[in-house]
Design a protein around this ligand. Structure first.
Ligand code: FMN
Length: 159
């Protein structure tokens, strides 16, 4: 079973989980790169506004073709209670290519339902598993057991 971890990360938290998942699953890792400037306070405000308006953005060309994978695990930060615009765009552009999906999300709070609902709606697929990780737990290291539990629920047979 071929698996791909795909993520967008503005400030590194979602990237950290994505790298751990790819290491543990020994699978390919794809970073979604947005062409829109997201850094600084203006970038923060623009990102929140884009997420609330459910706007799409312009992404750099992906390295991996999602059609070549049996399972795609997609990670996003929570932006204003929604999926981030780059991940919204990625799912929107590749929806027809997905076989099985799993989702993960990082957030300042425990609110993962909004982003997961968006991802489900755009992909038109129910995820086989979801993982929500709070920033506080990433910073103090206590997220690692949650990542391990999530991995156990994934339909992969090569670990
Ligand atoms: C524009 C913006 C809006 C955010 N809105 C929320 C929110 O509504 N709820 C929440 O819990 N965290 C919110 N956050 C915090 C991020 O979800 C959290 O810090 C996440 O781990 C960042 O991931 P990243 O480092 O991969 O970009 C927001 C962050 C940004 C940049």
């Amino acid at each position: 079973m071929r698996s791909l971890i795909v993520y967008y990360s503005r400030s590194g938290q979602t990237a950290k989980i994505a790298r751990e998942l790819a290491d543990a699953l020994k699978c390919d890792l794809e970073e979604i790169i947005d062409t829109k400037k997201r850094s600084g306070i203006l970038g923060w405000l623009r990102s929140g506004s884009d997420a609330m308006k459910k706007s799409l953005t312009v992404l750099e060309r992906a390295v991996n073709d999602p059609a070549e994978y049996d399972l795609i695990v997609i990670g996003t930060p929570n932006w204003a209670g929604h999926v981030s615009s780059p991940v919204r765009t990625y799912i929107h552009q590749n929806q027809a290519k997905f076989k099985e999906l799993a989702f993960f999300c990082t957030a300042g709070s425990n609110d993962f339902a909004g982003p997961f609902n968006d991802m489900h709606e755009i992909s038109r697929k129910s995820p086989v598993a979801t993982l929500g990780v709070r920033g506080k737990k990433i910073n103090d290291g206590s997220y690692k057991s949650e990542v391990q539990e999530f991995i156990k629920t994934l339909p992969v047979n090569d670990i």
